[in-house]
Design a protein around this ligand. Structure first.
Ligand SMILES: [Cu+2]
Length: 606
């Protein structure tokens, strides 16, 4: 594996792995309790089975109880301390049916406040679970009952919205069966929950990042790499240097701090889900990580994507997809042979991966794949893709809708980078709405619509890769009114000081809420002026991505805005109340990339 960074762990060497995975396959346990759905050798659920027959330990019915507490866990051979629901990480699977009522009763046995947010669920705002916005939080010793009708179907999840509890393990899956027939029949299903785990307390990780932005970036380019032709051309490196940025700054906390998990198991523990050859197996992928986007593939097995963020899409076949933090994708795979198949979740920055196995019988281990070459950010990621542009055209306003430009085009105009890179620090280019304080270090001079771009790091792989432009809703959107208002929001940062915000303001500066009239139809444009992807999540609503699919624009609750990119979505402000709107990278949210969205009845309400 010549492309591995020096920090890649030795445990990925094939020889050691074989011995270790053999041990795991023979039943050597890494310890820690798992709910039945996340145990190795899980049978999964058969489609159409009553919830009570699906698997032991699935929580269903009209009253569901969760107890939040402390639990010691053992991950990758190290003991750690987790915050858990009902004593396990991940937490129990909550299985509901569209149309039912539910009371989720959450008891806090911690010594600090807690909360649970039902991610992607359309609930009355007072049951959305965000302390300080929708309710006060759950004090130690208290129980809070969340009561709401279940108005949707699909794959969702729950997590704490208090402090760093989500990064410490308070997360679990929610599956909602449709009231009617499944639009995409399958035989068996497994939940595949991706997460990242560090025995270091998240507050310590944050402190390191504030002291030194690149703390966890051990993949910096070297002179040796440059000479060997692995790294960028010298002219480009000089350009990055002038901006005091680093193109390997893909993620702020990487595999040097994290162990990546599938259903709570690391690669050695090899979570295994069973299948019978010939079955249609539905995999419900949930990225419940605090800080990690994953590239997901099952080498040798095509995937049919049938849902994104719990919403049905027209089936689309692919070989790999990137799942940003907080997104979900449901796929159907049909393994025909009685052989184990690997599920590979590789961290976006290639600092590590997790392998799990789909197998016809317990004890089988699918082969591991090596980490691929680390991705580099391009000038396109800086909102400075100038392909097809004459260099005199730098005055171009607001970029172009560039859905046709190939995403794998090499950054053009090396000779001009000196002039262009200065643009990124030219604050006179900023839109008037941006508060130009220390929280804004860079502006993307020419952000472009990147929905048809392959996501970061997958530009060059030689198989199919899902893009947002491939997603089409199975059923046309209910609200086909044209938006009556346009709203631009910039995602801004000063990475060196680890400050993140919307329009240059962080939440602690008390920016005005983003307000919508009830029923209003608004086109929102998110512009990423930073060098990192931001999965932006709106509570209480779905929005329709403007991706060229017209009436079949896919509905999402979270959209990943690529660096240097912009994303447009249409929103019907259908849910009264105050809602959280934030980046789901936990430490970005925690350091300010968070706004309150308020939906009020008004004279023009629809
Ligand atoms: Cu959320």
């Amino acid at each position: 594996m010549p492309e591995q960074s020096p920090k890649a762990r030795p445990r990925l060497s094939p020889l050691r792995l074989d011995r270790r995975t053999l041990l795991a396959g023979l039943g050597a346990s890494l310890g820690g309790a798992f709910p039945a759905w996340a145990q190795g050798g899980a049978h999964g659920a058969m489609m159409g089975a009553a919830p009570s027959n699906q698997a032991p330990g699935v929580l269903s019915g009209e009253r569901i109880e969760l107890a939040i507490g402390h639990t010691p866990v053992r991950i990758n051979g190290r003991m750690g301390h987790a915050v858990t629901a009902n004593g396990t990480m991940p937490g129990p699977l909550i299985r509901l049916r569209e149309g039912q009522d539910v009371c989720l009763s959450v008891r806090n046995t911690l010594g600090e406040d807690t909360s649970v947010h039902w991610h992607g669920l359309l609930v009355p705002f007072q049951f959305d679970g965000v302390p300080g916005i929708s309710f006060p939080g759950i004090a130690p010793g208290q129980t809070f009952d969340y009561r709401f009708p279940v108005r949707q179907a699909g794959t969702y999840w729950y997590h704490s919205h208090s402090g760093m509890q989500e990064a410490m393990g308070l997360l679990g899956p929610i599956v909602i069966d449709p009231a009617g027939p499944e639009p995409q029949p399958y035989d068996r299903e497994h939940v595949i929950m991706l997460s990242d785990w560090s025995p270091v307390h998240p507050h310590v990780l944050l402190k390191r990042l504030k002291q030194m932005g690149g703390y966890h970036n051990f993949q910096k380019q070297t002179l040796a790499g440059l000479l060997a032709g692995r790294d960028q051309p010298l002219s480009e490196r000089l350009a990055w240097g002038r901006m005091r940025m680093d193109p390997t700054d893909i993620s702020d906390v990487t595999g040097s701090a994290y162990t990546f998990l599938i259903n709570g198991h690391d690669t050695d523990a090899n979570w295994t889900g069973l299948f019978t050859p010939g079955e249609r197996v539905r995999l419900r992928f949930i990225n419940a990580s605090a800080m990690t986007h994953f590239n997901v593939r099952l080498p040798g097995l095509p995937m049919r994507v049938i849902q994104a963020d719990g919403q049905d899409v027209e089936p689309v076949e692919t070989d790999e997809f990137q799942i940003a933090i907080a997104e979900t994708y449901d796929v159907i795979v049909c393994p025909a042979k009685a052989e184990p198949v690997a599920i590979i979740a590789e961290a976006l920055d290639r600092s590590g991966l997790c392998r799990a196995t789909l197998a016809p019988q317990a004890g089988m281990v699918a082969p591991l794949v090596p980490l691929r070459k680390r991705p580099l950010l391009t000038m396109r990621d800086m909102g400075m893709d100038m392909s097809g542009m004459d260099m005199g055209g730098m005055g171009m306003e607001g970029g172009t809708l560039d859905l046709s430009a190939p995403s794998d085009a090499p950054p053009s105009g090396h000779a001009h980078h000196g002039a262009m890179t200065m643009k990124m620090r030219d604050k006179s280019l900023a839109a008037p709405a941006i508060r130009m304080g220390p929280g804004v270090a860079t502006i993307a001079p020419a952000p472009i619509d990147r929905l048809a771009d392959r996501p970061t790091g997958l530009e060059q792989v030689d198989h199919r890769v899902l893009t947002y432009a491939d997603l089409r809703a199975l059923v046309p959107s209910e609200d086909r009114r044209a938006p009556t208002r346009h709203l631009d929001l910039h995602l801004t940062a000063n990475m060196e000081r680890y400050m993140w915000g919307f329009d240059g303001a962080k939440l602690s500066e008390n920016p005005d809420p983003i307000s919508f009239r009830h029923g209003e139809r608004v086109r929102v444009t998110l512009i990423n002026d930073t060098m990192m992807p931001h999965p932006i999540h709106l509570h209480g609503h779905f929005f329709e991505l403007v991706n060229g699919a017209g009436d079949k624009a896919p509905r999402k609750h979270t959209v990943n805005v690529l660096p240097g990119g912009k994303v447009r979505f249409d929103l019907t402000a259908s849910a009264l109340g105050d809602w959280a709107f934030h980046c789901h990278v936990l430490l970005h949210m925690h350091t300010g990339m968070f706004r309150v969205v308020t939906v009020r009845a008004g004279e023009n309400a629809a």
